[in-house]
Design a protein around this ligand. Structure first.
Ligand SMILES: [Mg+2]
Ligand SMILES: [Zn+2]
Length: 185
């Protein structure tokens, strides 16, 4: 079978409100329109893959087990709404924190492209034809390094530098706006 393109999504600030290290269900709030956008992607036949830095694990803000429990809840909440995610990749590491389990300079922490490369390998993704939707420079840079040509930047409230803007095809309000752009192509 031919390689398929995917829509890669950052989690915090794109799917859910970025509450500064979201580690439990009570702190996880879907951004308005994000579930509907993912429904539309799936309906149109796209692979949808989450790629998320979770240094809260290395920093000891929450445990990897907490993260996995929240992820399971998120995944099932989405399945209930007709969205079956094709992959969820996360980096638990940090170069400066985390002790022997998590402190490392890894390939997976964005802006490194490791999570994209792993997803491409496991899901047979055509990276060049894929999209990345993120809210930080590191999201777009990681995607660029992986060879993902289409990159959208969501305004989640943080200031956007010109170098970040240059990495993006467009700067948009949210994932709902991203779906309009991607599905119009
Ligand atoms: Mg983010
Ligand atoms: Zn990592």
């Amino acid at each position: 079978m031919a390689k398929q393109p995917a829509i890669f999504l950052d989690r915090d600030g794109v799917i859910n409100e970025d509450g500064n290290y979201v580690g439990c269900v009570d702190d996880f709030h879907f951004i308005e329109g994000s579930i509907e956008a993912m429904q539309a992607f799936k309906k149109a036949g796209w692979l949808v893959v989450v790629v998320t830095n979770q240094s809260g694990i290395a920093r000891g803000v929450f445990s990897e087990a907490d993260f996995l429990a929240l992820t399971e809840w998120m995944d099932w909440s989405l399945v209930d709404r007709g969205v079956t995610l094709d992959g969820i990749y996360y980096c638990p590491h940090h170069p400066d924190y985390g002790g022997e389990d998590y402190q490392q300079v890894c390939d997976c922490r964005k802006p490194n492209p490791g999570m994209f490369m792993q997803a491409a390998e496991e899901l047979d993704i055509d990276l060049e034809q894929s999209w990345m939707v993120g809210d930080k420079e590191s999201d777009l840079l990681a995607a660029k390094r992986a060879g993902v040509q289409h990159r959208l930047l969501v305004r989640s409230g943080e200031a956007i530098s010109s170098s970040t803007e240059e990495l993006a095809e467009q700067v948009i309000a949210n994932l709902a706006a991203a779906s309009e752009i991607i599905l119009a192509k």
